[in-house]
Design a protein around this ligand. Sequence first.
Ligand code: DP6
Length: 313
Amino acid sequence: MSITAVAHPNIALIKYWGKQALPGNIPATPSVSITLDSLTSTTTVRPSETDQIHLNGEATADAKISACLEMLRADFSIEPVAIESENNFPTAAGLASSASGFAALITALAEFSDLGLTTEERTVYARKASGSAARSIFGGFASLGGPDWVGKPVLDRNDWPLKVVIAITDENRKSVSSSLGMKTSEETSPYYDAWVSSTADDYRAALEAIAARDFERLAVLSESSCLKMHGVMQSSLPAMIYWRPATLSCIHAVRELRSNGTPVFFTIDAGPQVKAVCLPEAVDKVAGELAAIPGVIATHTVGLGEGARLLEP
Ligand code: DP6
């Protein structure tokens, strides 16, 4: 018997970067995200003599997946399993493959091993595996904040159907994992404390902007959160400079578009790709402008997607 689950990446508008000095992978900053459609992690779990992990068709000894199994086995009895996970988009290139991968894995394992987890509990185990994965349990807009650090649904995707144009500026795997990058920032960036303390206000304001469907307010807050996070990354030692020249060109293009009245803003995660979030009426214009920028390898236009779910056999 095998169980398959699918989940989509999410992109944070208010970012998680840094962890509290507590067990359970508790973020230092609350975050708000949108879950995307079209990009998909599909994860199948089946019985096996020993644990086996295949990622995109290749056997791997992925340390984070092994740690996730160990974390669940501390609370539940789980037999050896074979895990196969496929992404229909580049893995670990700043497209949040760990969020969709772990949201799908926890959802599949919970069913396979009959763990009896509530949705809320699934977000907690997903968070322990990878902080951003807690948000991919939900579709549309989702949050991960204190004091309980449980993932929560914020707004259904149909209630504000934003579009996202993803501009790919580099397809190589990133060199620094988010966990290591966060630790470096915590220990070395002189801006780290200001980043953590200022994000609480951004988080509250972004939740209000989403509730009010206030695009301009959300745009200002999201771009600010993104640039503050990259300021922390770039002021860490060693510095993490994820941007390529085309990343910066896209930032300028998006700012120019918005100053001319096009409803669009940018956000960038721990990688070189730019995600331009826009209202549906602006999507063709935004996609056309970004595709024409030298150094942009491809653009993908996506909408808001559903939460992690089981696939019927
Ligand atoms: C820049 O969730 O990958 O995408 O908890 O260590 O697995 P771990 O980190 P991860 O970090 C996400 C960082 C980010 C911002 C965000 O998604 O909020």
